[in-house]
Design a binder for this molecule. Structure first.
Ligand SMILES: Cc1ncc(COP(=O)(O)O)c(C=O)c1O
Length: 393
């Protein structure tokens, strides 16, 4: 059969494959130094501990590990997550926690729950590429919230709310993807207050909050949310391993119950086995020590990349100085083109993600995102040296 556009749903018209997935195909070659993907350092995955946890689950846990389970998630894991939320400054009943297939699934379920075609959502501009993709499936329109070095500017929201009547604000307050910027405590409090005043739903996506390697921890926006308008989303992808595909959302009952119906319709539940393995790992291991190891490693790699950029990039290039997470964001002179740079960099076996793809609307040509978590210090120095050589011509 030959497929024409009419064979497919109308929503497919506006969708393109993720640029990162396309770039990652190139970067699978071992000789390529890739600053492109958002990949954790695989040498830090707790392989032996996860193996021991899987053994325990299978030898002592009975058939439950391989049986269908509740759509809400494995109850002991939900309880562990409630405790973790407490450590992050959020009070959330266990009943509000839905365990999902990565935090990416939350974005899909949130899109299904709230978005009709043409609905407006507010985001940072630039924002997480796969959030753009997830919400584009529901034919959302994106409106960027003005931002500066301290993150989005809450005072800009009332006017945007009045003009666009957005369904929600999607925000990444910690070590934002792609910029690495962190929203200040004062702005978080202001955001929660303004959201309450205007009845604005906020999707707070926090995959990187535990990866702070310098500075002072800031509580989530949800910490200041007394109106029940902030849905807090997080994941085990960056603290244990992304291959487990385990994330969660904490949502008040009216939202939780609807997300649960959508989750049931989509996949019945998150893997029983993976949830039990994660729980067995989390309760038997020294999690704070593991997090400290990740922070130390990423902090060192950030430092190496920052020093290499200072040594190699020509005048006119600037970059962010994140206090945690996995990315920094380079801004070139007006008129510079990171797509052209990427073509030349691939020729030198170096890859990154050009800025354009992180902007739902226009802009971004003179930016690019660099990941520093997934390369050794030697490869970071060498990769940045090659980028610098190209840019200096
Ligand atoms: C901001 C943000 N949200 C969500 C995700 C998805 O993570 P996962 O589905 O692995 O939990 C990522 C992954 O890089 C991310 O950067």
């Amino acid at each position: 059969m030959h497929f024409s556009p009419d064979n497919f749903a109308r929503r497919m018209g506006g969708l393109a494959p993720s640029a990162i997935r396309e770039i990652l195909k190139v970067t699978a070659r071992p000789e390529v130094i890739s600053f492109a993907g958002g990949l954790p350092a695989p040498e830090l995955f707790p392989l032996a501990e996860v193996q021991a946890a899987a053994d325990r689950v299978l030898t002592t846990g009975g058939g439950g590990a391989l049986q269908y389970g509740p759509s809400e998630g494995f109850q002991p894991l939900r309880e562990w997550i409630a405790g973790e939320l407490g450590r992050r400054g959020i009070r959330s009943p266990v009943d509000d926690i839905l365990v999902t297939v990565g935090s990416q699934q939350v974005l899909d379920l949130v899109g299904k729950l709230f978005l009709n075609p043409g609905d407006v959502i507010l985001t940072e501009n630039p924002t997480y590429l796969a959030a753009i993709q997830a919400f584009q499936v529901f034919e959302a329109k994106f409106v960027g919230v003005p931002t500066d070095a301290e993150g989005l500017i809450p005072e800009a929201l009332p006017e945007l709310i009045r003009r666009h009547r957005p369904k929600f604000l999607y925000t990444i307050p910690n070590f934002q993807n792609p910029t690495g910027i962190t929203l200040t405590a004062g702005r978080r409090e202001a955001l929660a207050r303004i959201a309450a005043e205007h009845g604005l739903l906020v999707i707070e996506d926090d995959p990187y909050g535990r990866l702070r390697y310098r500075g002072v921890e800031v509580p989530p926006v949800r910490h200041w949310d007394e109106a029940g308008l902030v849905l807090y989303v997080s994941t085990f992808s960056k603290t244990i391993a992304p291959g487990l595909r385990l994330g969660w959302v904490a949502a008040p009952p009216e939202v939780f119950n609807r997300l649960l119906v959508l989750k049931q319709a989509s996949d019945l539940h998150t893997s029983s086995f993976d949830q039990r393995v994660a729980h067995a790992y989390l309760t038997a291991s020294d999690v704070p020590a593991h997090l400290e190891k990740i922070r130390r490693c990423y902090g060192e790699r950030y430092g190496v990349m920052d020093a290499a950029l200072r040594a190699e990039l020509p005048a006119g290039y600037e970059w962010t100085h994140p206090e945690g997470g996995m990315f920094l964001w380079v801004t070139g002179p007006a008129g510079s083109d990171s797509l052209l740079l990427l073509e030349r960099a691939i020729g030198q076996n170096v890859a990154f993600v050009p800025g354009r793809d992180f902007f739902p609307a226009e802009g971004g040509r003179n930016h690019f995102r660099l990941n520093f978590s997934n390369s050794t210090p030697e490869r970071i120095r060498e990769g940045v040296r090659r980028l610098g050589a190209i840019l200096r011509g």
